[in-house]
Design a protein around this ligand. Structure first.
Ligand code: KIV
Length: 275
């Protein structure tokens, strides 16, 4: 007997690719733990990325270079426990895919065993053979071009990328190389909107923008940034949809006041011996 309600379809890499053909925008956010994963999945987010931005927003580090495989696998396992519908992508951290193709395969395999359904890698050039091998072995790969934070020292900071004509041509060529290598989607970070539009129109796979304007096939933001978990002013491309730092402070202040005044715990939150 039918219950009347059909469960929403599981998002797969194939469905993400088809969304581009159907001109349906792809909604992506990062998550690093079980409760956020539950909330994002129930809210209907299409793709959840366990980003190496965990280094910044969970561990308080200045760059993403400091996070390793073990931490990323723990976070992926926690997020996977909360995700039913969204596509779950794990970010391969610095040095987990650059040293050799064999190491990249073993590390990507650890993510799939932890519950991820795809992995993300940054860059093109020497990374292209790695992507080809992973895809050949059945591991879906999301690319990442433009501002690639794992190359922060080479790039000289977190500045806008692809401003010069020659850099725009290289970005377009790299994007095509990643699509040809088998990537199912491509993150474009911090590039001018006009350039992101050109890349998006030139590819059959969807582009997911962060600081790349409105013409990408989807958008991604770091969860803690869009929820306002920090008091520092947000970056230009971040829109804050909540002010959780202030909300949490308010809740903690109320709790502190009630503990100090003896108002908490009241009888509703207290066990008694049965009479
Ligand atoms: O690590 C991350 O969160 C990312 C997104 C910003 C795309 O790579």
């Amino acid at each position: 007997m039918s219950t009347g309600s059909t469960p929403p379809l599981k998002v797969t890499t194939l469905r993400i690719v088809r969304k581009k053909a159907k001109a349906e925008r792809i909604v992506c956010l990062t998550a690093y733990d079980y409760p956020s994963a539950l909330i994002l999945d129930a809210a209907g987010v299409d793709l959840i990325l366990v980003g190496d931005s965990a280094a910044n927003v969970v561990y308080g580090m200045a760059t993403t270079l400091t996070i390793g495989m073990d931490e990323m696998v723990y976070h992926t396992r926690a997020v996977a426990a909360g995700v039913k519908r969204a596509l779950l992508v794990a970010d391969m951290p610095f040095l987990s895919y650059q040293v050799s193709v064999e190491q990249a395969v073993a590390n990507a395999g650890r993510f799939l065993q932890a519950g991820a359904e795809a992995v993300k890698v940054e860059g093109a050039g020497p990374v292209v053979p790695v992507i080809k091998r992973l895809v050949e072995l059945g591991i879906p790969v999301m690319g990442h071009l433009g501002l690639t934070p794992q190359s922060v020292h080479k790039l000289g900071g977190y500045r806008l990328q692809a401003r010069k004509a020659e850099d725009q041509e290289r970005l377009l060529a790299d994007a095509r190389a990643l699509a040809d290598a088998g990537c199912f989607s491509l993150v474009l970070e911090k590039v001018p909107a006009e350039v992101a539009k050109r890349v998006t129109e030139g590819l059959a796979i969807p582009t997911i923008g962060i600081g790349a304007g409105p013409d990408c096939d989807g958008q991604v933001l770091v969860l803690h940034d869009m929820l306002g978990m920090f008091d520092t002013p947000p970056l230009k491309f971040v829109k804050q949809y909540a002010g959780l730092a202030a909300e949490i402070r308010k809740a903690v202040a109320a709790y502190s006041e009630e503990v100090r005044s003896g108002k908490f715990p009241d009888d509703d939150h207290t066990f008694h011996l049965e009479k």
